[in-house]
Design a protein around this ligand. Sequence first.
Ligand SMILES: Cc1cc2nc3c(=O)[nH]c(=O)nc-3n(C[C@H](O)[C@H](O)[C@H](O)COP(=O)(O)OP(=O)(O)OC[C@H]3O[C@@H](n4cnc5c(N)ncnc54)[C@H](O)[C@@H]3O)c2cc1C
Length: 399
Amino acid sequence: MKKRIGIIGAGILGLAVAYRVQERYPCAKVWVFEKEGGPGRHQSSHNSGVLHCGLYYQPGSLKARLAVEGIRSMIDFCRQHEIPHEVCGKVVVASDARERQFLENLARRGAANGLKGLKFLGTSELKNREPFVRASSSLLVPEEGIVDYLAVMDSLAGIIQYKGGHLQYNSPVRAVKSHHGSGTVVVETPQRETEVDLLVCCAGLHADRLYRACTSEMPPLKIVPFRGEYRMLRQEAERLVNHLVYPVPDPAYPFLGVHFTRLVHGGREVGPNAVLAFKREGYHGSDFSLSDTLDSVTYKGFLRFLVRNFRFTAGEFSSSFSDRAFLVKAQKMIPDITQDQLVSGTAGVRAQAVAPDGTLVMDFSIIRHDSQIHVLNAPSPGATASLAIAGHIVKEYVH
Ligand SMILES: Cc1cc2nc3c(=O)[nH]c(=O)nc-3n(C[C@H](O)[C@H](O)[C@H](O)COP(=O)(O)OP(=O)(O)OC[C@H]3O[C@@H](n4cnc5c(N)ncnc54)[C@H](O)[C@@H]3O)c2cc1C
């Protein structure tokens, strides 16, 4: 194939798509347009750095399939390119009888999704592994791990360029022109116009806006930004967490709850919460954008979500404003943690698609529109699954 493929967004997903295109079609010409000065400046570098393997997701969904395939491809890639990672396993902790039931459901889901080695831990097994965790029941997920996603993206970017692909940074795409006769698309950036045969949009927090700008149609979903704030454990308190410790998530939400993560380069992170953000790329609580806020509050789906999830939303805001409320979430699993052991950490903003009826879209969402492919929803575990999502896009849509 001698096609010209344009990709918008040099997050982990856009880079993975470019990498998979070149792998399958060595003669294809590839451009990646990125508005920032380098790769992965948004979600892909503001996440927990965890390799998720598909425990949570509805069996049969695209997410379940691509998460399981994705973690295996990502670990292979890391081994091949000597990227720091570790398959350290994760413990999911139920704190009461209700959560114990949810955890049993999760174990069944995980087994149905093909995860290997899932195991409920006895009291002494849990104590050996995570001595400070208090649990009514706990499930070991041995396939999960931690990774340096920035190193993954640096490696992908290097390979793409080595194979002749063009990574165009500082190149915000504002519009495209579609030529219906030839089926080609002209991508407009401030520097130049580039004609391609197929355009793949992986614009993360701007996915819905890009859909509208490129197709002149309203997107079927809207991105609502949810900021996730982290705290770090002080060095002397790092002994409280050995690996990955997660609560049982509320099945109504795609967020995993405040958890403990051992970072691949050292340190222990606590979080993130899931706070409605007033700016799509706003990493601080005080960040505000009038247009982003208006975009959310004038969307019926967002208002429906708010009405139905007021308690959840208020609870997450309280953990943003109050250190005490954040601590309570952390102490649920590790009661020995004290306020003075937590210091403020980084934050990320999730691009979460919300449907017009107010539901949070759980599955990955990829839509074809003529010569354009739009990834409209790629939340967690989008980084883990990026190579598998990219493989799926290339197989299904790039011919
Ligand atoms: C707090 C948090 C924790 C998470 N934890 C994990 C985890 O532990 N494990 C995991 O697997 N996943 C995790 N995720 C999810 C994961 O980070 C995302 O699924 C993944 O990074 C999505 O990648 P992306 O390339 O689609 O988006 P992004 O990384 O956001 O990239 C989109 C890119 O598009 C660019 N762009 C947008 N508009 C334009 C335009 N008009 N022109 C040019 N460029 C444009 C942006 O600048 C950006 O670089 C987490 C996410 C968050 C926010």
